[in-house]
Design a protein around this ligand. Structure first.
Ligand SMILES: O=P(O)(O)OC[C@H]1O[C@H](OP(=O)(O)OP(=O)(O)O)[C@H](O)[C@@H]1O
Length: 211
């Protein structure tokens, strides 16, 4: 069982060997953002890892600020995501937004589909102290819980899929039924996670070949 210090040590060791942040994320089964955080916590400077990162990392940063900063655009995008989710016989009555960026999108989706609203904060946001295995994510008490609900799940991006997988497991653990998920952008191009269909408005598809 690993605690945060073990992970920081592992991340530093991999970074010192020239492994990219994306590969560290895969190796340690965390998101790339978390891998960056672990390397930063280890005290390695960006100079220590930057050249190898530039050469080996294929990850991309998605900037959807033009949508997120404008409530009209956000609502339109939420409606489009709702449209992708509107064909399930279970007729979910709860939309679960993944904090933080998934929540405003989930709010728009919930409004369009006339469902209740829940928010889930993944465990990676609760890593400041303690053993990672002992820390879980949580549903905000300000919104609905997942118990007894057929649920849609909404987030902005899939990078490794770890966050969505964790959210699906958390909904199951709480006695809910995750029916389908929708994201703005899927960097994996997955069709399903843990048996739950995943819909994305945009898939990122790496193109190989050329020079
Ligand atoms: O598929 P994964 O590798 O798990 O990564 C995807 C997650 O990472 C981002 O969250 P992040 O914590 O970076 O940002 P946020 O709190 O602003 O949503 C994003 O919003 C997803 O929730």
């Amino acid at each position: 069982m690993k605690n945060v210090d073990d992970l920081i040590s592992d991340a530093a060791s991999l970074a010192n060997r020239g492994v990219s942040k994306g590969e560290i994320a895969d190796e340690l089964n965390v998101s790339r953002e978390t891998a960056s955080w672990l390397v930063a916590r280890s005290g390695l400077t960006s100079q220590d890892t930057q050249p190898e990162d530039r050469r080996k990392s294929h990850d991309i940063h998605v900037d959807w600020n033009a949508i997120g900063r404008d409530s009209t655009r956000l609502t339109h995008i939420g409606n489009a995501m709702a449209n992708m989710l509107s064909d399930y016989s279970e007729e979910p009555s709860l939309t679960v937004g993944i904090e933080k960026a998934g929540t405003p999108l989930a709010t728009a989706v919930a409004q369009k589909l006339d469902t209740d609203l829940a928010t889930y904060t993944p465990r990676k946001h609760q890593w400041e102290e303690g053993d990672i295995e002992d820390l879980g994510g949580n549903f905000s008490r300000n919104f609905a819980g997942a118990h007894g609900y057929n649920c849609y799940i909404v987030d902005d991006t899939i990078t490794s899929g770890t966050t969505l997988r964790e959210t699906i497991e958390a909904i199951n653990d709480m006695g809910g039924n995750p029916v389908a998920a929708a994201v703005l952008i899927d960097k994996q191009g997955v069709e399903s996670i843990e048996g739950v269909p995943v819909h994305s408005l945009i898939d990122i598809v790496p193109v190989h070949g050329g020079s």
